[in-house]
Design a protein around this ligand. Structure first.
Ligand SMILES: [Zn+2]
Length: 72
């Protein structure tokens, strides 16, 4: 499913495709390239916090690991 997310910085609407109705993780605005940690519940945005590039990379690593474990 596709969830619409409005960037808190530039108010541009982006979308995120999700497998589940809840999500917690990084989101990057396609327009201003700003990074956020978002939390979704039942397809609704619960929280959105600014994220540094460094932390974003850390989270990407965690996500990659998680995906790896799922496949096994
Ligand atoms: Zn933006």
């Amino acid at each position: 499913m596709l969830v619409k997310i409005k960037c808190p910085k530039c108010a541009t609407e982006g979308s995120l495709s999700l497998i589940e109705s809840s999500y917690q993780g990084p989101y990057r605005c396609w327009k201003c390239r700003e990074l956020f940690t978002i939390s979704l519940e039942n397809n609704e945005l619960k929280s959105c916090e600014p994220l540094s590039q460094e932390e974003f990379e850390k989270q990407q690593e965690i996500e990659a690991l998680r995906a790896k474990f799922k496949r096994e």
